[in-house]
Design a protein around this ligand. Structure first.
Ligand code: KE4
Length: 469
């Protein structure tokens, strides 16, 4: 609190004037050349990867980091500052992964670092309750329309897994519905036609998941309201919950088509099914109140993560009081976590929720993302490369597709993956770090300013030209 007061929330990020067009204006700006220029040195990353593979399966602690779908060896990083990542060979990149969404304030935000330092002076954790947990829960309840009570976890997977268990306990039903290409973490029953890393590796289903689990998981096509209505007309009364990414961010970024979320709300109301919005990625990312604020559809439960941890392990699930009161120790649905509500993670989270509540935050963030999309499309068009984008608030998706807009899984799968792979490496050589998968969304932070957009568009100009040639 002292740190925040002394620093004032006003300087939580330096608002940089956004010029009309972020095309490269500053000749002083050093742009690392694309493939025709000096190739980056990745020797240290390579030797670290060799060492990692000896003691870590695949050399990574999460599959999507492995560069499997883009080829080449994964980079190892040693630092981050603002909009930039620094890899093990001291190469600097404008970063559009942001630790997969949490770093909406950029790397090493002074506000968050100060809060962590303050907490460290009080200790790391107690395995018991703290006042700060009330503070962050109150903020989440105030900000997220659907949440009357909330329980913290230490990952998004735990949040979605727990929300589904509560919905099953609340309804007394076992079957659930998810959508193809949506990813809700790696709990057994959800690794069915999943997105993100599962899709990246071409393994939307996983070995080791008992058929008994997957038999209870029904999968419908995303953005197909008719398919939802037909399914629920037959089976609705047996469905405990329907879990959905209100904006799909794990088959790249696919927003809901008009009426889709409204249909989910209607069928769940009609059949007594719990509607769960998985906003682990979209929460506090696309708007202060998440996708449910953007589209005006209120679920019965919401899952959160990423931004509320500011880069530390936090997840959360919340919703209507009558549902959440089913959870132990109050109710009969068990749910727990050694580090749930960790004082360090909560201290970071409180900072994040205060920072994103600054007036104008999402207007700024959305404007930067929109400017980036406009610039990228212009670069692609100039090179004659079929390319389109989706963008909601501070997250975006890029598609090597002939479609004007991409609105469903089949269109995502029909994109030119060869172009994406080459584009990924061309941008990397140009000093821009994108998600190493064609099935991930991109994230911009509030500290991506003119210089970063200009550097990105300069790299993109090279990249699209190289693709065209
Ligand atoms: P975690 O268990 O990874 O904290 O959260 C799972 C999860 C749940 N729901 C949604 C909508 C998510 O996007 C995620 C995790 N997202 C991926 C990236 N798309 C995490 C990256 C990774 O798996 O390494």
């Amino acid at each position: 609190r002292d740190a925040q007061e002394s620093r004032g929330l006003g300087d939580v990020y330096k608002r940089q004037p956004l010029t009309e067009n972020a095309q490269l204006k500053d000749p002083e700006l050093t742009i690392i050349q694309g493939p025709e220029g000096p190739q980056m040195n990745h020797a240290n990353s390579k030797s670290l990867f060799d060492a990692a593979q000896k003691v870590i399966p695949g050399g990574v602690n999460s599959p999507v980091r492995a560069f499997r779908s883009v080829g080449g060896n994964p980079l190892f990083f040693k630092g981050g500052e603002g909009a930039y990542l620094i890899d093990a060979d001291d190469n600097r990149y404008v970063d559009y992964v942001g630790a997969w969404g949490p770093l909406i304030l950029g790397h090493g935000s002074p506000l968050v670092v100060d809060a962590l330092r303050n907490q460290l002076d009080q200790g790391i954790g107690y395995g018991a309750s703290t006042e700060a947990e009330i503070t962050i829960a109150t903020k989440i309840v105030d900000i997220v329309p659907s949440i009357e009570k909330v329980r913290l976890t230490t990952s998004g997977t735990e949040a979605t897994m727990s929300a589904i268990r509560v919905a099953r306990g609340y309804t007394g039903r076992d079957a659930i519905v998810k959508f193809e290409g949506c990813y809700h973490g790696h709990a057994d029953g959800l690794l069915v036609k999943a997105g993100s890393g599962a899709l990246t590796l071409g393994e939307p289903d996983s070995l080791g998941v008992p058929k008994a689990y997957t038999d209870l998981t029904h999968v419908l096509p995303y953005n197909d309201a008719q398919a939802v209505e037909d399914f629920f007309a037959k089976h609705g009364d047996s469905i405990a919950c329907l879990i959905v990414e209100p904006i799909a961010g794990n088959m790249n970024l696919v927003p809901p088509v008009p009426g889709f979320l409204e249909t989910l709300r209607a069928v769940c109301d009609k059949h007594g099914t719990v509607l769960i919005f998985d906003e682990v990625m979209t929460g506090f990312r696309v708007a202060r109140g998440g996708a449910q604020e953007v589209y005006g559809v209120t679920p019965d439960m919401t899952c959160l993560g990423k931004v509320i941890g500011g880069g530390l392990p936090v997840g959360a699930f919340g919703g209507r009081t009558d549902i959440m009161n089913m959870i132990a120790p109050l109710g009969a649905v068990y749910q727990a976590g050694t580090l749930s509500g960790s004082p360090l993670a909560v201290a970071a989270g409180i900072c994040m929720l205060d920072a994103i509540s600054q007036p104008g935050f999402y207007e700024d963030l959305g404007a930067r993302a929109e400017q980036l999309m406009t610039g990228l499309k212009a670069c692609a068009a100039a090179a004659g490369i079929p390319f389109t984008t989706n963008q909601v608030g501070g997250m975006f998706g890029c598609f090597f597709s002939e479609e004007d807009t991409v609105t469903n899984f089949a269109q995502v799968m029909a994109c030119n993956s060869d172009h994406f792979q080459r584009y990924f490496h061309l941008m990397l050589d140009g000093g821009v770090y994108l998600a190493p998968s064609a099935f991930e969304a991109g994230f911009i932070s509030i500290v991506h300013g003119d210089a970063e957009l200009a550097a990105t568009l300069a790299a993109a100009e090279n990249a699209f030209a190289a693709l065209a040639s």
